[in-house]
Design a protein around this ligand. Structure first.
Ligand code: ZN
Length: 137
C-alpha cells in the first residue's frame, strides 16, 4: 500500500487528515447552532435532568464512570451527518446535515448515544471492508 501524499498545510497533512481536522472543528462549533441548543433545552425536565429520547428515562447531565465525571446528554442527529452506508460525500452535504433543523435532532443519554454510534460505526466498517475486498480483486 502506498502512503497518501501530504498535500495540505505546507505538506504536513494528508487529504484525509485535513478532512478529519475540518470535520472536528465544524462539529465542535455545532454546539452553538440554535436547533441544537433548543433540542437540549426542550429535553430538560428540571435543573440538571433531561429526558432521553432513546430509553425515555430521565437522566442527569453528567455521570461518573470509573471515577471520572463524563457528559451524559448528547444532541444526536436522527439521520446521521455522514451516511454510514456511503461515507463522507463532500462538504455541502456534511455542513447541511450537521447544521440541520430541529426535526432531525434528539437528545440521547450516553448509553443510548454510544449504542447508536456503535451501530453506525459497524455499518461503516463493514462497508469499508466490502470496498477493500472489491478493490483487491
Ligand atoms: Zn437513553
Amino acid at each position: 500500500m502506498t502512503k497518501a501524499p501530504k498535500t495540505r498545510a505546507s505538506g504536513t497533512m494528508t487529504e484525509s487528515a485535513f478532512i478529519t481536522f475540518v470535520k472536528g472543528h465544524l462539529r465542535r462549533a455545532s454546539r452553538f447552532w440554535k436547533p441544537i441548543t433548543d433540542t437540549i433545552k426542550n429535553a430538560r425536565v428540571r435543573k440538571g435532568v433531561y429526558l432521553c429520547n432513546g430509553c425515555k428515562q430521565e437522566v442527569t447531565a453528567s455521570i461518573v464512570i470509573e471515577g471520572k465525571r463524563v457528559k451524559n446528554v448528547f444532541c444526536d442527529h436522527i439521520n446521521p451527518v455522514v451516511d454510514p452506508e456511503t461515507g463522507f460525500s463532500g462538504w455541502d452535504s456534511f455542513v447541511n446535515n450537521l447544521y440541520c433543523e430541529s426535526d432531525n435532532l434528539q437528545l440521547l443519554c450516553k448509553s443510548c448515544h454510544d449504542l447508536k454510534s456503535k451501530a453506525e460505526r459497524s455499518i461503516r466498517s463493514n462497508n469499508k471492508k466490502e470496498q477493500n475486498d472489491q478493490t483487491e480483486i
